[in-house]
Design a protein around this ligand. Sequence first.
Ligand SMILES: *Cc1c(COP(=O)(O)O)cnc(C)c1O
Length: 385
Amino acid sequence: MDSSDPELLGELLAAVEGIARSGAFTLGPIVDRFEGAFASYCETAHAVGVSSGTEALVLALRAVGLAEGDEVIVPANSFIATAEAVRLAGGRPRFADVDADTQLVTAESLRAARTEAVRGVIPVHLFGRTVELEPILALAREWGAWVVEDCAQAHGARYAGARVGSFGDAGTFSFYPAKNLGAWGDGGAVVTNRSDIAERVRLLRSHGESPRYHHQIVGTTGRLDALQAGVLERKLRRLEAWNEDRRRVADGLRSAIGKLDGVELPALVDPPADHVYHGFVVRCEERDALRAHLKSNGIATAIHYPVPIHRSPAFEDLADGGDVAPTATRLAGEICSLPMFPSMSASQIARIGEAVRQFAVAAGNGANAKHVSPAIARGRAATRA
Ligand SMILES: *Cc1c(COP(=O)(O)O)cnc(C)c1O
């Protein structure tokens, strides 16, 4: 929380005050400055600030030339916005299954989802773990398809040494407050090395306007607010340190939880992959009982996401009776996001580790069943029923 760091809070409030006094709330020098800093951070030629991560996707899709009816492959396990954006831009999502260990799409799963109408793919660096991009980029080249990387959970992650977002035709980011880089409200960005795409997104985010009151194409109100740019510019300076802290917390959780039967830790990360731990997601067949046990120990967890996109009512019209992404469906019943934030203390980490271990020992060993908390017993009864 920004409010628990007095020095940061002071800087952010001063930035907001400066912008309020200047009265320059829409685009202008502050947004330009943040865009320059974010492009340089992402090691891309351009960054264009927009109003949200969803808008970043929609405008990037329009800028790469998505046409009405084009099909676009998206992961079945992502935040809903990835698929929503395809539909908002006039396309049709095709859902790719994910690898059980990384929970990410692979070149193989994209290949299995391909149709003749597929014009592009959106790999998502979900939870902060980088997708294995090289074979996916090769596949897209073979198909003549474009690639937009959804980096909303992976600010600053590197694949084979370069930042995510710099590999595809474009990369999109969200600055929703809970993301690794969060604004004081909504915001997003499109990064790209292609000046035609950057130019197109700049036009689209502000009514296709160039110059003032001359409208070249049909756009929208999709700009990043100057107030948010001011906040983000200050917070960007701390992003590397926060990501490093997240890795430290992840290492801490790995050793505090240890190797257990029944609770699987996130797969280890080997080069060329990277992980900035937007989430720390474990798998457990008795997931609901694990969550109940943690809750009774004062530890809040979440499920990202309880319903895979291809089975959600919003995309019911695309369902064909079968399950196009059975691994994503199975994972949705087993995944559990443990607490993860950069300032987590050693004692908080130890407490989470202790609670997870206690659950696994109780669930896996009859001799210890008498130590099972009432919450676990209830959860287990419910699981069996
Ligand atoms: C958060 C998120 C988005 C959407 O970003 P908003 O800023 O909330 O619109 C898109 N994709 C993924 C993977 C996300 O996590």
